[in-house]
Design a binder for this molecule. Structure first.
Ligand code: HEM
Ligand code: HEM
Length: 273
């Protein structure tokens, strides 16, 4: 997914959305219900039904997306329609409610739907930004290739450190054995490990004066610096992929919650009719 998500077919779905939104606003301003505007007028029902149909259609997108795997064009079209029609829901459903909010299931539905929509906006930002950044950060390397490079560097570190003092050897062993890429959820999201044993080992080498084995220490320092650079790449990669995953864990479950609230909303308004 790239820019075509937003500009697909010369903003076809932006235009469709704007037309629907403008039409809804015009109808809302010109209809004259008995009492204040609310979901129970003819326009209220029309806008509510439109919003519900759009929402079901958007929720169906997940399943549809997977069956469209082979056809990129269709996938882009669906995604573009998804984004713009999803945004249209803000206006359509607000007008449907007649701006009448309270502590009830109807407002809970509205709230859940807004979480899905706001998370959707964040998702678009991620989907437009991350694929390019991920490719740039990887610099043509796969995770496996980067991990293999680290294994090779670790072997060199082990060998080079053998002639140094016990304290340094201990730090190097920790750098080899205890360096983890995604140690915790927070570190995954930060993309930085402040207590990374490789960084601690590198700092020690940089700050210590080795009167003997000066050359070995310099070689070690260069190996550790290289390893740190690869670790940084891997952590950045993991950070972006984790953010995309977390985003999906918000957008999709809240979709189901909103759908359940919608069904209850429809049931309750007809039940108390
Ligand atoms: C995404 C879809 C929808 C959203 C977000 C939504 C949201 C809301 C909200 C926030 C209210 C105001 C509640 C209040 O007065 O406190 C409302 C009222 C109402 N909605 Fe919906 N609604 C949706 C779909 C529907 C559908 C499909 C129908 C029926 C076909 C419907 C029928 C009604 C009715 C009759 C009312 C007025 C209830 C009353 O005044 O007691 N809504 N809706
Ligand atoms: C109530 C409205 C919405 C519902 C019910 C909804 C539902 C969904 C579902 C079910 C998926 C599929 C996720 C998956 O399993 O991969 C999805 C994906 C997505 N949605 Fe929404 N969504 C809504 C509104 C929005 C809005 C307003 C935006 C953006 C402004 C948006 C942006 C996205 C994006 C970027 C994806 C990922 C597309 C991809 O993986 O190709 N959504 N949405």
């Amino acid at each position: 997914m790239h820019e075509s998500l937003l500009i697909y077919k010369k903003f076809k779905y932006l235009k469709l959305t704007l037309t629907t939104v403008i039409l809804s606003v015009v109808l809302y301003l010109y209809h004259s219900p008995i009492g204040s505007p609310n979901g129970g007028t003819w326009l209220g029902y029309t806008l509510g039904t439109t919003a519900a149909l759009i929402m079901f259609w958007l929720a169906w997108f997940g399943a549809r997306k997977r069956s469209y795997k082979k056809s990129k064009g269709n996938l882009e079209e669906w995604a573009s329609a998804h984004v713009y029609l999803g945004l249209a829901l803000v206006v359509i459903s607000t007008l449907h409610s007649g701006f009448q909010f309270g502590l009830n299931i109807h407002t809970i539905l509205y709230f859940l739907m807004m979480i899905v929509i706001i998370s959707g906006i964040i998702g678009v930002y991620f989907y437009l930004k991350f694929p390019r950044l991920i490719t740039k950060n990887r610099n043509g390397l796969t995770t496996e290739m980067m991990l293999n490079q680290i294994t090779e560097i670790d072997e060199d570190i082990r060998e080079l450190s053998m002639s140094l003092d016990d304290f340094t050897v201990d730090l190097m062993t920790k750098a080899i054995e205890e360096t983890v890429i995604g140690k915790s959820f927070i570190i995954k999201l930060r993309g930085v490990d402040p207590d990374c044993p490789t960084t601690l080992a590198r700092k020690h080498l940089r700050e210590t004066f080795f009167s003997e084995n000066k050359k070995t220490a310099e070689q070690l320092l260069s190996k550790l610096t290289r390893k740190e650079k690869i670790l940084h790449q891997l952590r950045k990669d993991l950070k972006m992929r984790s953010l995309l995953q977390i985003w999906l864990y918000i957008h999709v479950p809240f979709t189901f919650a909103a759908l359940a609230a919608l069904v209850i909303h429809i049931f309750s308004v007809f039940y108390y009719w």
